[in-house]
Ligand binder design. Structure first.
Ligand code: NAP
Length: 269
């Protein structure tokens, strides 16, 4: 689906790693004009994709874009935004972030961006594995933190709406609370299963096959991303404790059952 010229945006991606590239593919397909900058030199790849790559951040900001899309790792956002000469911006610009935590970018962007810049905090709840066959019915969370230019914001949101995403507007705080209970726990269990090196057996149940499948998308994410879910989400610590307690409780129930004489080895002797 390509965007009509009135819908087309000039989008500058900051952080052209796995996720930045993944989003760029769909945005190009829709007819938007893309620019990129990153710590690593992606000029060759960008040339193949039809994206103008800038090594120099000042020249990047000079390109006069409608949207600056922040796709860096969670832990590097503050350093990356801090190194941008924001006084080079030619006009009010919409800043969008896609970090998997939301209170951290919201607070940072409100603190450092010029008052005239708009801020849209978002989290596409999918990635290159779950979104490899399109984004239909995949969830896109967003919070209009500071929006004066509703037209540009709507055009940006339309990128995801038009791909069939389930659009969910919620506050960054609500997001972090929910994501600590859902995404962080999923990644933690996936990593624990990988640590146990679980593999398919000849007698897999459907449930076990689901657990083996869980490892793939989770282990496909960088450790930077996973650790960011914990370090930069104030609700994650409690959820990790809840998980530890729950596992302990399940174990205690089993041990107690054995001690109460339901251990077949004990009853037989
Ligand atoms: P990531 O490991 O979280 O981030 C990689 C990106 O961060 C690359 O562009 C990398 O730049 C940049 N980066 C890392 N350390 C840096 C530093 N010290 N200074 C400057 N740049 C640095 O992996 P990702 O999967 O691409 O995720 C990018 C963002 O999207 C994250 O905030 C993540 O939470 C969010 N997100 C990811 C997914 C997903 O499924 N992967 C889904 C939703 C949201 P270089 O490549 O130039 O080294």
């Amino acid at each position: 689906m390509s965007s009509s010229s009135s819908q087309a945006l000039k989008i500058g991606i900051v952080g052209f790693g796995t996720f930045g590239q993944f989003l760029a593919n769909t945005m190009i397909k829709q007819g938007h004009t893309l620019f990129a900058t990153s710590r690593t030199d992606y000029s060759h790849l960008c040339l193949q994709m039809g994206i103008h790559f800038f090594r120099d951040i000042t020249a990047f900001l000079d390109a006069d874009m409608d949207v600056i899309l922040l796709c860096t790792s969670i832990s590097s956002l503050s350093e990356v935004v801090g190194s941008m000469p924001l006084n080079c911006l030619k006009r009010p610009t919409l800043f969008v972030d896609v970090l998997s935590v939301k209170e951290h970018p919201k607070n940072l962007l409100l603190r450092v961006l010029p008052e005239e810049s708009d801020i849209l905090c978002t989290h596409p709840m999918f990635g290159p594995v779950s979104g490899k066959n399109g984004w239909q019915n995949l969830t896109f969370m967003f919070d209009k933190v500071r929006i004066k230019d509703e037209v540009t914001c709507s055009k940006f949101l339309h990128i995801f709406e038009s791909e069939g995403c389930k659009m969910v507007e919620m506050s960054c705080e609500e997001h972090d609370k929910a994501a600590a209970k859902s995404q962080f726990i999923t990644h933690t269990i996936g990593r624990a299963l990988a640590e146990m090196d679980i593999k398919n057996t000849p007698i897999d149940t459907k449930g076990f096959q689901t657990l083996v499948e869980l490892k793939k998308p989770v282990m496909g994410c960088s450790f930077d991303l996973y650790s960011g879910l914990y370090v930069y989400n104030r609700f994650a610590r409690q959820e990790l404790e809840n998980l530890e307690h729950a596992l302990q409780k399940v174990k205690e129930t089993l041990v107690q059952t054995m001690e109460e004489g339901q251990n077949p080895e004990k009853t037989e002797s």
